[in-house]
Design a protein around this ligand. Structure first.
Ligand SMILES: [Zn+2]
Length: 371
């Protein structure tokens, strides 16, 4: 890092690179990459052992092992997933922002699964610039729209009667609903596919609505309700295990972005960095740093989507609680499988309709947010 800083400082001062310093940087980078590869191997072993421990622990306590149940999906959902124009959204509930969302298409998620398969085969595939559309939500925006702060001040100042208080609460609820309606419509418009079906996957973090370290918070429930308001839209909650720390491009572990300030290494909370020298995003775009919430939201979309289209209802291995390196697409979606240029030919759409009974019902009833 220090070598990078010296080289870049020289570059900005003199308008060009100093050959010697740049050599130093390259050498340091190379050494770092070597260490990274060794470290990631050890980390892989630890992961395997940890997951064994996890299973043993669950068994010792007589609890169910979560990954061993095949999730279940509804037929109409399966049809939507086969439609390339369906928009898939991931929403990451956070602490500072109430939620960060990413909208993407079925097509690009299939591409990501194919990328994963290629990585497992030790192939290098390009990762195009992320074409995701982002949207966000903070408690403050909602509060402003609902005028809840002014309402509270009014309540605190004057001794209001019960009737009046009730009327104000109803007004707030109406304003809130209208705000979320507008919000969802605006975010949909951003994707330029307003008429497509939207499937939204959300993290299962249960801290919503609670008070965390001076940040005002709001429940995400009315938001999710609105996201599922349209008949052809779905909101499903997924296990967000490892969604924050996994790189959404190469599925390796990321770390917090650090910088040297006043001679000390400080971490930047809103950013994650992937040090994998073989990371697809890094190879294609030279980028190692990404937004923490966006990465999380992308991964949540990935977890939900990859479990739905897989054979056994399991997400990509990087997001499983129990380690295994295999991932298989469900027979219904094999036509989307592609390794590089040569798509693997399958029976395609015909199979799709005939085999619908085959799909197990995925939505565990408690995880579906009904309107
Ligand atoms: Zn990566």
């Amino acid at each position: 890092m220090r070598a990078g800083k010296t080289s870049r400082e020289f570059e900005s001062l003199h308008g060009k690179r100093d050959a010697g310093l740049y050599q130093d940087l390259r050498r340091a980078r190379h050494a770092f990459n070597q260490v990274y590869m060794e470290m990631s191997q050890i980390a892989e072993e630890i992961k395997q052992n940890q997951s064994q421990m996890y299973v043993l622990n669950k068994k010792v306590h007589g609890q169910l092992v979560p990954d061993s149940h095949a999730p279940v999906a509804a037929d109409n959902l399966m049809l939507l997933l086969a439609n390339e124009s369906t928009i898939v959204q991931g929403v990451d509930p956070g602490i500072v922002t109430t939620a960060t969302g990413v909208a993407t298409t079925v097509g690009s998620l299939f591409a990501a699964i194919n990328r994963f398969e290629a990585i497992s085969d030790d192939k290098i595939v390009p990762h195009p610039m992320d074409a995701h559309i982002e949207f966000g939500l903070t408690a403050n925006t909602v509060n402003t729209a609902v005028i809840s702060n002014q309402d509270r001040k009014k309540r605190e100042k004057s001794g209001m009667q019960k009737k009046q208080l009730q009327r104000m609460a109803v007004k707030r609820r109406i304003r809130e609903k209208r705000f979320y309606q507008r919000k969802v419509a605006q975010d949909k418009a951003k994707t330029r596919h307003e008429n497509a079906s939207f499937i939204t996957f959300t993290g299962n973090w249960s801290g919503s609505g609670k008070y965390v370290k001076g940040h005002s918070r709001r429940s995400t429930r009315p938001y999710y309700t609105q996201l599922a308001a349209c008949e052809k839209d779905f909101v499903l909650s997924v296990d967000e295990y490892k969604s924050t720390i996994t790189c959404s491009s190469c599925f390796q572990r990321t770390t917090k972005q650090t910088q040297i300030r006043d001679g000390k290494v400080k971490s930047i909370p809103g950013a994650v960095v992937c040090f994998n020298p073989r990371c697809q995003r890094r190879i294609s775009t030279n980028a190692t740093t990404s937004n923490r919430n966006r990465n999380g939201a992308t991964n949540i979309a990935m977890i939900g989507f990859s479990s739905l289209v897989s054979e056994k209802g399991l997400p990509l291995p990087a997001f499983r609680r129990i380690q295994s390196n295999k991932y298989a697409l469900s027979a219904l979606f094999l036509s989307h499988q592609a390794h590089g240029e040569d798509r693997i030919p399958t029976k395609g759409a015909l199979v799709l309709l005939g085999d619908l009974e085959f799909c197990v019902l995925w939505i565990r009833s408690k995880n579906v947010i009904h309107n």
